[in-house]
Design a protein around this ligand. Structure first.
Ligand code: FCB
Length: 475
């Protein structure tokens, strides 16, 4: 056992998302979402995988929560499928959908586990996309209405309400590069989506404050740790541009109540941002009890010379259309390994750097790591065990990096591993396994990987266990 000890009250959790685990895509009145449509479109996901069945959590939720309890977790982060609660994205609720989440929350409370609920983890009701999706202002109003209905039903039984998970992905991967649902490739629409997601965050945040005053309010961002390839003025400027699109486009309105001026200038050829109305930015800036941070790897950028083949290793999938609206002159360089099965570089120091940046820029803002983890090609041993040493090492090093940032002053309140279970990894389908619990998709059997045993030791001692002493079932 190492001497890295976490403070009393530090929260250990695990995270999931509705479309990735629930399945039951057409049951009990659930409506179709953009991810149903996208995954059922030939060529969009690896092997044509869909979330129709996923990890069948909709039927196995009680057993899955027993696993959360057995892991010794103090919190469980899950998302609510909007199309289960309000199938067409507007109008009356589907009571069966509300009841599902109500039972889930009640059971978590019985088990002494904090429910951390995300309102939106990418599954927009298809009807709202048909009406224009996130590039359309009315979608933000619809989202606030959905929030009112579900927060009204669950209220402050939910410990922490999170408005959005990674709005960056919804806007830029959904509407610019098209590697996520709904698969559109319209740069100006992507920036309008950025704004309407920020606006929706503020509108829903105010609803949460009103209807669940005792609950904590949060949003989760996938902030990028961006490094310039050199200290040349051109590369440093490339990093600044990407920081504006990736990070400050959300931190600005949400925490400072304004878009950064450089973002508006950098993208002026794409849009005049006239969709931002007076008062919108102030609306977006609803004070957060905690800011959720998702971290996996770092980003290396360089100013493109315009001649050599442009490198696009940004870690966000392959597309002929850039996610980086208005910054197509920036290239994304491959980084030194080692890598996970996603091809993402493993760089724990990036997490320390990110947490300390946030601490420096927003010293009074409590932080929570709402996702961190890794996909590897796990092998089930003949004895049935899964010796996922590389995942144990990844988690060990990133949790140590978190501790390092805390020692240096960052106010980090908890850590959620991504993910509880192997699940539908979006465009990569079931091919990429992020769980600390293995799922056999033929039988839906759950098996703890060594990383789950290791994490259990951490959650029950509050000290970082030595990876070499991982107490797997056969060790
Ligand atoms: C994040 C998503 C999460 C999962 C991980 C690997 O971007 O929030 O759903 O797919 O990446």
């Amino acid at each position: 056992m190492s001497d890295v000890e976490f403070p009393q009250g530090f929260v250990w959790g695990s995270a999931t998302a509705a479309y990735q685990i629930e399945g039951a895509a057409r049951e009990d009145g659930r409506g179709p979402s953009i991810w149903d449509t996208y995954s059922h479109t030939p060529g969009r996901t690896l092997n044509g995988d869909t979330g129709d069945v996923a990890a069948d959590h909709y039927h196995r939720w009680a057993d899955d929560l027993d696993q959360v309890a057995a892991l010794g977790l103090g919190a469980y982060r899950f998302s609510i499928a909007w199309p289960r609660v309000q199938p067409g994205g507007s109008g009356p609720v589907n009571q069966a959908g509300v009841d599902f989440y109500s039972r889930l929350v009640d059971r978590l409370l019985e088990l002494g586990i904090r429910p951390v609920a995300t309102l939106y983890h990418w599954d927009l009701p298809q009807e709202l996309e048909d009406a224009g999706g996130w590039p359309v202002r009315d979608t933000a109003a619809r989202f606030a209405d959905y929030a009112e209905k579900i927060v009204g039903a669950l209220g402050d039984r939910v410990h922490t309400w999170t408005t959005f998970n990674e709005p960056w992905c919804s806007a830029y991967l959904g509407y610019a590069s098209g590697v996520h649902a709904p698969g559109r490739t319209e740069p100006a629409a992507a920036l309008a989506a950025v704004h309407h997601l920020n606006l929706a965050h503020g509108l829903a945040g105010r609803v949460i404050r009103d209807l669940a005053p005792a609950a904590q309010l949060s949003a989760t961002l996938n902030l990028h740790v961006i490094r310039p390839a050199s200290d040349s003025a051109a590369d440093v400027d490339a990093a600044r541009r990407i920081d504006a699109l990736a990070n400050r486009a959300f931190l600005g309105p949400m925490l400072d109540g304004a878009y950064p001026a450089d973002l508006l200038t950098d993208t002026a050829a794409v849009t005049d941002w006239s969709f931002v109305r007076d008062g919108d930015e102030a609306t977006a800036a609803v004070p957060l009890d905690v800011l959720g941070v998702n971290y996996y790897s770092t980003t290396l950028v360089r100013a493109w010379d315009g001649v050599s083949p442009k490198s696009d290793s940004d870690g966000h999938g392959r597309s002929a259309h850039s996610a980086w609206v208005g910054s197509e002159q920036v290239e994304f360089l491959p980084q030194p390994g080692p890598y996970t099965a996603m091809g993402w570089n493993i760089e724990p120091a990036g997490l320390t750097e990110l947490l300390l940046r946030l601490h420096r820029e927003y010293p009074d803002q409590p932080l929570m790591i709402t996702e961190n983890g890794a996909a590897f090609d796990d092998v089930v041993s003949p004895d049935g065990a899964i010796h996922d040493d590389r995942r144990v090492d990844y988690l060990h090093r990133h949790i140590a990096a978190t501790h390092q940032a805390m020692v240096a002053g960052a106010d980090v309140r908890g850590y959620f591993v991504w993910s509880l279970l192997d699940n539908f990894e979006w465009a990569y389908g079931y091919d990429r396994r992020f769980g600390i619990i293995h799922v056999d998709y033929d039988t839906q059997q759950r098996t703890w990987k060594d990383s789950a045993h290791w994490y259990h030791r951490l959650t029950t001692t509050n000290r970082l266990p030595d990876p070499a002493l991982t107490p797997g079932p056969t060790r």
